[in-house]
Design a protein around this ligand. Sequence first.
Ligand code: PAF
Length: 293
Amino acid sequence: MSTAKAAQAIGVVHTKQALRARIDAWRSEGLTIAFAPTMGALHKGHLSLIKQGRALADRTVASIFVNPTQFAPGEDLETYPRDERRDLDLLEAEGCDLAYLPSADQIYPEGFQTRISVEDFSKGLCGASRPHFFGGVATVVCKLLHQCRPDIAVFGEKDFQQLRLIDRMVRDLDMDIDIVGAPIVREPDGLAMSSRNAYLSAAERAVAGGLNVVIAEMAAALRAGENVEDVVESGRRSLSENGFEALDYLEVRRADDLSLTEAGPAPADARIFAAAMVGKTRLIDNCAVFEQP
Ligand code: PAF
């Protein structure tokens, strides 16, 4: 069989056995595999993961699984947007070769007991207000990576803490998979694409567009040599003036180990991280301060 990436209908599998059979067949042809785990409700940010996967490997697999263990009681598990037909059409149009849509018992069979904890990367930022979240993410991603056994797995930089945590987990557990980050995809006004943007009313959507503007201004001020403490203080003020009533965090951290920089000039790998509520919707964003190699 030719290894060329001819356009073809996407395959769909629902069990780990069917997934493995497809992966093993590709492996026996000497093909490499990229994997993009998602929770569906796909947007251009997800599709950029597929594009990146296609550029880096011979075959690309996406999973769609709304993972219950990363939602706390009272969060939006029940209402999380789901549209399987549309998601599959989008994946197919992007040239994704295979979609894995497991039912919950494929991931969490009866009697499941294990939870992965990536200690320090689960603390701070989103881990502070969502203490259950990263354990659920690490556990499901560990399962999905074991079921798929890809060469490469692609994650969006919008969830930068998640990306770093998964990279650490894969190295700690000798999983022999390259974790690749894909740049944030933004709306024309700069709002980072997210499945949860669908929750925003028109008025909230107008406010939401200010988050990326404020962190970009903060990055410019840090590049100009201003101190972190002053820039964070004025960033907080700007967000409040721009209609963000509840700020969860606004911090400068190092990209590599996510350690906090509270004062003085920004280090070369500094990133600004923000999370804020607009109405009932929680938005997150981040950006590098300096151009990264
Ligand atoms: O980023 C997401 O959509 C989810 O956290 C992930 C990685 C698919 C795990 O459920």
